[in-house]
Design a protein around this ligand. Structure first.
Ligand SMILES: [Zn+2]
Length: 585
């Protein structure tokens, strides 16, 4: 069996009139809806009118998702198709216009005072969380003229600074390792070499990376500190957030204590990753383990797995957990919504697109038979299970919010890893999988949490007059702590922080990676302890989609609270991997 191709005709055909008719209908309905803009100026609607308005907005969104979803799927399956390109460009414009036309409603809702909002919110109780989230930023919102000035000045201020950072760093060129006058390459091409089997090549690649970034280190650092000051001035002084990271907590709807407990736990358990690196050094036959060796390869690529076998293996892994999970995962392919075949012009990467509640999601990936492809398959089908379980919620609630968005996908990868580990023919194969899991755990949990710890410190120090060189020194201390003395770090790594685009683009975003992955490990620990009794808990958690705050969802499924014990449970899984690996190598 060849990897399948999906059937987009289920939605629309590029050449048929239904698409244009639906787009016209969407515009008509939007026009009707915007008639409310003037009416709302004269006072709030009745609770019944309000309920209808929100339901109508949800309908508009459903139709818009269907139309723009079709355009992006058609484009993803063949990015070279001119009709698909044209439709995509057209839809982007239409959706931007639509968004602008509808924005008045959310602005009005956000600005409404509490007493007027309360009876309306209870009339539209199905939409409670979305309504509440829309108003959540009210205490941090400034009067309209001030918001307008901030928006205007951002274009040439903060946003321009980040754009300059991108322009500057994206044009960096690097000499490939062992270069004998070959053409210089971009960063992605250079970074391929940090996974080379030759230790000298790995070292050279890193030295080259930070030679280039380091040459501009002080100026990139200055740009970073300027954006840090901008963040502080706007969010602390003007919007009255308590501290810089609280802005991100609010966006994620997470209590600061839960994230603080996460970061504290990762810090305390840094030694576990240290032990892993010591073991890795031994297996690689290295007397000292350098930062350059972090991604050193342990095994050569193995035999390929044909699609039929791989797909059945992944479905069986879902089935090991719950027959319902298995059938929801299988449905994606049965419904003709799975595109896994390599094709010229097809978009790279992988995604699961859950377009509408109650509807089978669309999954795209390119299956080449490598082991990584099996994990990608499990990951994306995990997303598909999640959104189908949450299919009873409205369009504003059925997508999980960021902190829980990777729960089902990462859990599905764990299910696959567990199954492959049990079936492994040799210790070598089992060790291989464990290395893969631990590498992943470090990169997602350890590294990202320490990034966040650095950001917290950098914001604090910048406020107190630190220079870019001071931050570089603090960054080296951060690395020393996270590697627990197990990794030798060259001085050029002091400029690593100026090479992390997330720090510039989305301050404090990185902790979400750590949060999501360790959360799944903690859930996995519960599964190990409770067995079948855990299945309905996870099913319940996923079924809630994004209809409540993450912490409430976890509590309601009996899986919280997000305290230190919770995060320590996650580390017990990592500890288990490491203990098992030690017996194998
Ligand atoms: Zn994902």
């Amino acid at each position: 069996m060849e990897p399948p191709v999906w059937n987009l005709d289920q939605l629309y055909c590029l050449d048929r009139p239904e698409l244009a008719a639906d787009l016209a209908a969407l515009k008509d309905q939007t026009r009707e809806f915007t008639a409310w803009r003037a009416r709302l100026q004269n006072g709030p609607p009745s609770p019944l009118e309000f309920r209808d308005l929100v339901a109508e907005l949800a309908n508009l969104n459903r139709l818009a998702h269907r139309l723009s979803g079709f355009a992006s799927l058609a484009f993803a399956q063949d990015t070279q198709d001119q009709k698909a390109q044209a439709l995509m460009a057209r839809m982007n414009e239409e959706m931007a216009d639509l968004g602008n036309d509808l924005l008045f409603f959310e602005i009005w809702w956000k600005e409404l005072d509490g007493e007027e909002a309360a009876p309306l919110a209870s009339a539209a109780a199905d939409f409670a969380y979305w309504l509440e989230r829309t108003r959540a930023f009210r205490p941090h919102t400034l009067p309209e003229p001030e918001e307008k000035i901030i928006n205007l000045k951002n274009i040439t201020g903060g946003d321009a600074l980040v754009a300059l950072y991108d322009s500057l760093t994206n044009r960096y060129r690097f000499r490939p390792p062992k270069s004998k006058g070959e053409a210089e390459v971009g960063r992605d091409e250079l970074m391929v070499h940090v996974r080379d089997a030759d230790p000298e090549i790995r070292a050279e690649a890193y030295r080259e990376l930070y030679r280039v970034f380091g040459a501009d280190g002080p100026i990139l650092g200055q740009m970073y500190q300027t954006s840090v000051r901008d963040w502080r001035v706007e969010n602390i002084r003007l919007r009255h957030y308590e501290n810089p990271i609280e802005v991100r907590h609010k966006a994620n709807d997470l209590p600061g204590e839960a994230v603080a407990a996460l970061l504290k736990t990762v810090r305390e358990r840094a030694g576990l990753f240290g032990d892993f690196f010591r073991l890795k050094a031994r297996v690689l036959g290295l007397t000292k383990f350098r930062r350059y060796d972090l991604y050193a390869p342990l095994v050569e690529d193995r035999a390929k797995v044909d699609f039929q076998t791989g797909f059945e293996e992944v479905l069986a892994a879902f089935g090991d957990f719950s027959p319902r999970f298995q059938s929801l995962a299988a449905r994606v392919a049965e419904a003709g919504r799975f595109h896994a075949r390599p094709r010229p012009g097809k978009q790279g990467g992988a995604f699961c697109y859950s377009m509408l509640p109650g509807d089978t999601p669309w999954v795209l990936m390119t299956y080449n038979g490598r082991r990584q492809d099996l994990f990608t398959l499990a990951h994306e089908l995990g997303h598909a299970v999640h959104s189908q379980l949450a299919g009873d919620h409205n369009i504003f609630h059925f997508h999980a919010t960021l902190p829980l968005a990777e729960t089902a996908s990462t859990f599905a990868e764990m299910l696959l890893a567990g199954r492959l580990k049990n079936q492994a023919q040799s210790d070598r194969e089992r060790a291989d999988l464990l290395f893969h899991l631990l590498d992943d755990a470090y990169a997602t949990i350890g590294r990202q949490a320490f990034f966040a710890l650095f950001e917290i410190k950098a914001h604090e120090l910048t406020e107190n007059g630190a220079t870019a060189d001071d931050l570089a020194a603090v960054y080296l201390e951060n690395l020393a702590e996270q590697f627990d003395g197990a990794v030798e770090v060259g001085p050029e790594f002091r400029w690593e922080w100026v090479s992390i685009p997330h720090f510039f683009h989305t301050p404090f975003y990185v902790y979400a990676y750590s949060f999501g992955q360790l959360l799944v490990y903690s859930l996995w620990r519960r599964y190990e302890q409770e067995g079948a009794a855990f299945v309905p808990r996870l099913t319940d958690l996923l079924s809630r989609g994004g209809s409540e705050a993450p912490e409430k969802i976890l509590a309601a499924s009996g899986l919280g609270p997000l305290d230190e014990t919770f995060w320590q449970n996650g580390f017990e899984v990592i500890e288990g991997f490491l203990a098992e690996l030690k017996t194998l190598v």
